[in-house]
Each structure stands twice: as structure tokens, then as C-alpha cells.
Write a protein that binds this ligand. Structure first.
Ligand code: ZN
Ligand code: ZN
Length: 269
């Protein structure tokens, strides 16, 4: 009783009796793929090739069909297992690739940082050196001018002292000497106007365009997904092999069972 319940409903529903004529099926029509009762034959299958059900049924239990079907299902499950494993491995590869690219990006950033630090240090030093150079240039010039200020101070003092304390003769000749010296100093003062030492000196620092290019960058890279042909191979040859092994007489049974199997699959979904 319980064993009977284990039979799937689609099998249990295969009736031995023709529902149309209420007679027992006796023959199988391979053209129409139908079980026929004597009345079916008279009405619809007069010219068909008919096989005795007893003959067909006898071979079905002994035939390799069920074994082959079971083997087919087993292989389908194997295939599914391999597909799932293959997809799992693909996910693992994707994860590794994502991690690898993340490391690449980080490493590239670190390299850029180190490189920019080095370049910045260099240009800072160059700036210092450039300032240092013009600073000593200006200082040397100021020193030269200051030296002349001392000469002028001396002349002022000498002239004042001469005015106050010298004799007329001394004042006369001294005045000529002072005049010559003042002319020399005036010459020097005029020379300063043409001297490059009075030019305005400016530092220039033009940053490389590539620096501002970095700021106008909108992304570091592109992410894309590519596909390659599958490397998984499925065992599908079994079907062809199976058909070769089925004896000719039971080929019709094979057909019945295959249609049933198809229906079964559909109803399962
Ligand atoms: Zn019938
Ligand atoms: Zn027929």
C-alpha cells in the first residue's frame, strides 16, 4: 500500500484502459505514438503499424533504458555540480582580480606620492637657491653703494672742517681737491642709473602643466568586464551512445518514456 503511494502520480495515471471506449489497451501505434484498444484500431489506426503491448512491455523491464536514463540523470547532476563549481571558481577569480587591482591602485598612488614629494623637495631647494643667488647679488651692490656713502661722509666732514679751521690757501686748494672728488662721486652716482644692479629682480616659478592636469583628471582608470569562452566541458555524448545501445524493438518504448520524461520535467517546474 505504502509502496504504491511512492509511484509518481504521472506514472500512476497511466491507465491500462482506454478512457474513450472503456476497453483494455492491446496494441501500440508507433506512427501516432498512442496506446490503442481494439475499438481505437478500427476507428483511427487501420493502416498503422501496430505492436503488441505484451511484446513491448516484456522488453521494457529488461532493456537498458532505465539504466541509461538513470545514468543520464546522474551525469546531468554531475554537470550541474561542475557548473556550480566552475561559477564558484569564477567568483573566486573575480575576487582575486578585484583585490589585485585595489593593490595596484594603492601602489600607484604611493609611488606618485613619493615621486611628487621628491619633486617638491627639489623645487623648494631650487627656489631657496635662486633667492640666495639674487640676495647676495643685491647685497654686494648695496655694499658697493655703502662704501661710497662712507667716502661722501668723509668729504662732508673734511669740507666742514676745512671751512672752519683751514687757512685761505688751504681752503683754496682744498676746494679744488674736494671738487674733483665730488665729481668722481657724481660720476659713480650717474653710473648707477645704467648699472644692472638697480634693476628690479623677480623670481619666477611656473608650475608644470602636468601638475594642474592631475587636478583636472576625473578618474584614475576605467573598470570594464570582459568575457572569455567557457572552459567547462559537459558530457552530452551519452545520449547518442545510449540510442545506439537500445535494441530496435524497444525504440518505440524509448520514445514513450522520453515523452513522459519531458512532461514530467515540465510539470515539475
Ligand atoms: Zn479505444
Ligand atoms: Zn496509428
Amino acid at each position: 500500500m505504502d509502496d504504491y503511494k511512492q509511484i509518481p502520480p504521472i506514472i500512476a495515471s497511466i491507465n491500462q484502459y482506454c478512457p474513450e471506449h472503456d476497453k483494455k489497451y492491446q496494441l501500440y501505434c508507433s506512427q501516432h505514438e498512442q496506446l490503442c484498444c481494439p475499438l481505437c484500431i478500427i476507428t483511427n489506426h487501420k493502416k498503422c503499424d501496430l505492436l503488441a503491448i505484451d511484446e513491448i512491455v516484456k522488453t521494457s523491464r529488461n532493456s537498458a533504458l532505465f539504466e541509461i536514463m538513470e545514468q543520464n540523470l546522474k551525469e546531468m547532476k554531475n554537470n550541474i555540480d561542475r557548473i556550480v563549481e566552475d561559477r564558484r571558481q569564477n567568483l573566486e577569480i573575480i575576487k582575486q582580480q578585484r583585490e589585485g587591482f585595489q593593490t595596484d591602485i594603492k601602489e600607484m598612488r604611493a609611488k606618485i606620492n613619493i615621486h611628487l614629494d621628491k619633486l617638491e623637495q627639489e623645487i623648494q631647494q631650487d627656489l631657496q637657491a635662486a633667492e640666495q643667488k639674487v640676495m647676495s647679488q643685491i647685497n654686494r651692490f648695496v655694499q658697493k653703494v655703502s662704501d661710497h656713502e662712507k667716502t661722501i661722509d668723509e668729504l662732508q666732514n673734511n669740507i666742514a672742517a676745512t671751512k672752519r679751521f683751514a687757512t685761505d690757501l688751504q681752503t683754496f686748494f682744498g676746494g679744488k681737491m674736494f671738487e674733483a672728488k665730488i665729481q668722481e662721486e657724481e660720476k659713480f652716482m650717474t653710473s648707477l642709473i645704467e648699472d644692472s644692479g638697480l634693476q628690479q629682480i623677480h623670481l619666477q616659478c611656473k608650475l608644470d602643466n602636468k601638475m594642474s592636469d592631475i587636478l583636472s583628471m576625473t578618474k584614475i582608470g576605467e573598470i570594464s568586464v570582459t568575457t572569455k569562452p567557457s572552459t567547462i566541458s559537459m558530457t552530452t555524448d551519452r545520449e547518442k551512445q545510449a540510442q545506439k545501445r537500445i535494441p530496435t524493438i524497444s525504440k518505440t518504448i524509448n520514445d514513450i518514456n522520453l515523452t513522459l520524461l519531458k512532461q514530467f520535467e515540465i510539470s515539475k517546474k
